[in-house]
Design a protein around this ligand. Sequence first.
Ligand SMILES: *Cc1c(COP(=O)(O)O)cnc(C)c1O
Length: 425
Amino acid sequence: MAFENSITYAQQLDRIDPLAKYRDQFIIPEHNGKQQLYFLGNSLGLQPRRTKERLHQILGNWADYGVEGWFMGDNQWLQYHDQLIQPLAAVVGALPHEVVVMNQLTVNLHLLMVTFYRPEGKRRKIICEAKAFPSDQYMFETHVKHHGFDPAEVLIEVAPRTGEHTIREEDILAAIDQHKDELALVLWGGINYYTGQLFDMATITRAAQAAGAKVGFDLAHVAGNVPVQLHDWNVDFACWCSYKYLNSGPGAIGGAYIHERYHNDPTLHRFAGWWGYDKATRFKMEKGFVPDAGAQGWQLSTPSVLLYAAHKAALEIVEEAGWQNIQQKRQQLNAWLWYLVEELETSIPQARLEIITPRSEAARGSQISLLVHRKGRQLFDALTEAGIIVDWREPNVIRLAPVALYNTYEEVWKFVDTLARLIRQ
Ligand SMILES: *Cc1c(COP(=O)(O)O)cnc(C)c1O
C-alpha cells in the first residue's frame, strides 16, 4: 500500500475505515479540554462506554436478589463465565473448553507452573527470556526456589546478542537444543513488553516439545493484539491479562488456556479450590477434589462477577467489530505508523532515535518502541505536554501502541508530526 505523508491523507484513511465508528464506543480521556492522543492500549486499554452499564447490571442483581443473584435474573452469576468464553476462544485460537477466565496473570503463571513444571531427575531446566517482564522474573525465581532449586542453575535465559535489541529465533532454538536432555519447560512471552518483538510461537512450541519439554506462553501483550492459534499450534498452556489490549479495566480478571489433552489427566498436579470442582456436584460440598471438565477445573476461588462484567463489556465490542476486521485494521494502522516513523528516521541525520522493534511485520504487533539516545526523558515530557500519551521505560525507551478499536490514522499522523518537530529542536 502506497501511503502519502499528509494529514489530509490520514483523514481520508479514517473516512474509509470500516471500524471508525467503534471509537465512539470508548471514553477517550481529555487533556486541556481536548481528547488525548492515547497510545497506551498496551498498558491499560480505554474504557468502553458500556462497561458502566454492565457493572450496574450486576449491582442491580445484587440489590434485587442478594445471594440469589447467582441463580436469578438476567445474567445470573453462575452462568456468567460461559458468556466470556466464545469471544475469548476466538481471540486466542483455542477450543472453548480450553479457555478459563480466572484470577490475574501472575497468579495464573504460578498455578500453571504447578501443573506444567514437573522437574524430574536432571530434567529440571526452564528456558525463558532474559529481562522478561519483572513479575514473570519474580515468579520464576520464587517458584524454582519453592522446588528447592537454585534459580541461577535452573533458569536458562536467552538474551539478545551484544549490540542487538531483539532475540534471534535461532538462538532460542539453539538453547532448546543445547539443553534438550535437561529441559523441563519453555515458558516464553509471546510479545516482549519492552521491545514489542513478536515471537514465532508455533516454531518455539515444536522445538520445545521435540526436546521433550512442555511449552507455555505469557500472552500479556498478545491477547487482543495479534491473532494466535494456541490449539492448532499445539501449545500446552498460556495465560494473559485483560487490561491491556482487552480493555477490561485496571486489574481486570485474567485468562488461561490449557490444551484439552491435559483436561482428564489424573497424574497432573494442580492447586485446587472449590470453584474448580465438578459443577454438577460442587454444592454437595463433599470431601475429595473432583475437577470440573476442561480448563475451568483449574479455578480456585469464587470469581469477581463485577470483573466478569467489565470483561464482557469489552469482549462484546470485539465480537461486534469482528476479530478479523480488527486484525485488518491493526495491520493497516501499524503499517501507517511505520511508514511515517521510517520517513522521520531517514530525515533526521543525527542518530537520535532508534527503532528497537523488529522491522518485519511478522515479528511485531501494535507496539513500537523507540530508543531515544539523547534527552529522551525531555522528549517524552514534551510529548505528554502536547497531550500525547505514550510511556517511558528506563533507561531511554518510549513505547506506544495505536490500537485498532479506538485510535485513528489522524492521531498517528499527529503523533509522528509532533515527534518530528520536537526531535529537531
Ligand atoms: C503486564 C504484564 C504482566 C502483569 O502481570 P499482572 O499479574 O497482571 O500484574 C505480567 N507479565 C507480562 C509479560 C506483562 O506484560
